[in-house]
Design a protein around this ligand. Structure first.
Ligand code: GDG
Length: 487
């Protein structure tokens, strides 16, 4: 069973007004769909429409169980606590997090609803995989009523250092919530380390490498039913929880196959032409989010144009900024700032034939994204903090020609694996400018050498491998075995 905020299907209204369901295009669905189908899987989540009860239904062999959210819950639990408290807090307080007690209450209530829904429909001993920061209380809520379940949790975003995490007024409750799981997965080694530190500081529990020892009250009537119960070195009964990194990936084969399609390659050529055949196309693809460092990227490019080191005749930056969280105030402000900057740079440096920045506030079909990746000589990923950043991996998987240069922020989880990218600190604008120039001037031999190494990494560590290794850790855990070694 999967529990996630959003279901893997989107509701579409046909021309005649009838509602149907279409699989949502995300990589998570692609990765989990085969397993879910083979195992009679159940998916629990919100259907994307407020104040509506949707009956459970079957989609491609997966049983879909929608959870209802009211408009007010959407504002308080989702836009509020998830996206305006946890999101900025977990991304190094790049934007100030808002702390509101009503939002927290709504978060607890909605998490309880997801947990109740999961408890009601899961078979005895079922494996339940809970996803992401919106649902951190679900593991413990579920364990409280269903100690027979094997519970996994995966955090898609970073887990912050203790000095930041400790600002959260409900810091202990979240830790307790997560520790209800048997296995807790993070993107990076550093995230798992931050979590273990928070557990030690806030709860005083002992940790041994990736294993956390959670004391069990021996008067607890359920004490005997917990898995992994052992005696610790002080003679107390403990449950063990595994907390470690499982870096997520993409369906690399799918990107590669699309990149080989003649019409997509033709579209890539067309894109270059439409941009006036500049010598260099640089590309940024991000949800319009303050964590992605879009402003830092624009500043570096703007300065290079201002100094005359680059000219809009030679270099175009294509920035896809797909609309995101548009009802949250910080995102409205961000959009204004970015669009002001783009307007200024274009006003100052574009010519009639060459626009400095092609700024696109749209979402595009995946085919178009692949064509853009193919057309881009330099890919700019300048996140200030990012759990993984799939865009970096998609660019690499797409480059079947072994060409293209990836400029990658060391603050994105992907930088742990993609070491042959040009790694940058986006706060260091001079360093970023130098790296952009280095990327533009890089000789083909070096581009190919780096891209081959990057491709090898992404093609071997794809999303199927990611889900298999997480599920393997969970299944082993069901048999009382917490592997200490890397899976
Ligand atoms: C969170 C974490 C972590 C974007 N615009 C369009 C479009 N996209 C696609 C990209 C990519 C996905 O959206 C974005 O994934 P990222 O990983 O880059 O970033 P988040 O959305 O912040 O995701 C992140 C991820 O979860 C997974 O664990 O890596 O760190 O923040 O696939 O291609 N896709 C299409 N049109 C667009 O306009 N089709």
């Amino acid at each position: 069973m999967i529990v996630s905020n959003r279901l893997p299907v989107d509701r579409v209204i046909d021309d005649d007004g009838t509602a149907t369901w279409r699989p949502s295009p995300g990589g998570l669905v692609a990765a989990l769909e085969p397993v879910m189908r083979a195992e009679d899987g159940i998916w629990i989540g919100w259907a994307g429409v407020a104040d509506e009860d949707v009956e459970p239904f079957e989609a491609d062999g997966i049983s879909i169980h929608p959870v209802r959210l009211s408009e007010q819950e959407l504002q308080e639990y989702y836009e509020g606590f998830s996206n305006d408290t946890l999101w900025p807090l977990y991304h190094d307080v790049i934007a100030p997090p808002s702390f509101h007690r009503e939002w927290w209450e709504s978060y607890v209530k909605v998490n309880q609803r997801f947990a109740d829904a999961a408890a009601a429909v899961s078979a005895k001993g079922a494996v339940v995989w809970v996803h992401d920061y919106q649902l951190q209380l679900v593991p413990a809520m579920l364990r409280a009523v269903r100690p027979d379940l094997v519970i996994g949790f995966f955090n898609h975003i970073p887990f912050p250092p203790y000095g930041i995490y400790s600002q959260l007024p409900w810091r202990r409750q979240i830790i307790d919530g997560l520790l209800g799981a048997d296995v807790i997965g993070f993107q990076r080694v550093a995230d798992a380390g931050n979590f273990s530190r928070a557990v030690r500081r806030l709860k005083g529990y002992e940790t041994r490498g990736p294993i956390i020892e959670v004391p069990i009250d021996s008067d607890d009537p359920e004490a005997g039913s917990h898995r992994h119960v052992t005696m610790n070195r002080h003679g107390g009964l403990v449950r063990t929880v595994l907390a470690r990194q499982f870096p997520i990936s993409i369906d690399a084969e799918q990107y590669q196959t699309m990149a080989r399609r003649p019409e997509i390659q033709e579209r890539a050529r067309q894109i270059r032409e439409e941009l006036g055949n500049p010598q260099t196309i640089m590309l940024g693809v991000d949800r319009l989010d303050y964590t992605k460092g879009i402003g830092h990227r624009l500043k570096a490019f703007g300065e290079l144009l201002a100094e005359g080191t680059l000219s809009a005749e030679d270099v175009t930056l294509v920035q896809v900024a797909s609309p995101s969280r548009e009802r949250v105030e910080t995102y409205k402000q961000l959009r204004d700032e970015i669009e002001l900057t783009v307007g200024r740079i274009n006003g100052d440096y574009s010519t009639l034939g060459h626009t400095a920045i092609a700024y696109l506030h749209h979402g595009y079909p995946r085919e178009e994204m692949v064509a853009l990746y193919l057309a881009a000589d330099v890919m700019l990923v300048t996140a200030l903090r990012d759990g993984m950043n799939l865009v970096a991996k998609e660019y690499v998987a797409t480059r079947v020609d072994d060409d293209g240069v990836l400029v990658l922020s060391e603050f994105a989880g992907a930088s742990d694996e993609l070491r042959q990218a040009l790694l940058i600190n986006p706060h260091d604008i001079e360093g970023l400018k130098e790296t952009i120039l280095q990327a533009i001037a890089m000789p083909r031999r070096e581009r190919v050498r780096r891209m081959r190494a990057l491709r090898k990494r992404v093609l071997t560590n794809d999303v199927a491998k990611w889900s298999a290794s997480f599920l393997d850790a969970l299944t082993r855990s069901a048999h009382g075995d917490h592997p200490l070694q890397n899976p």
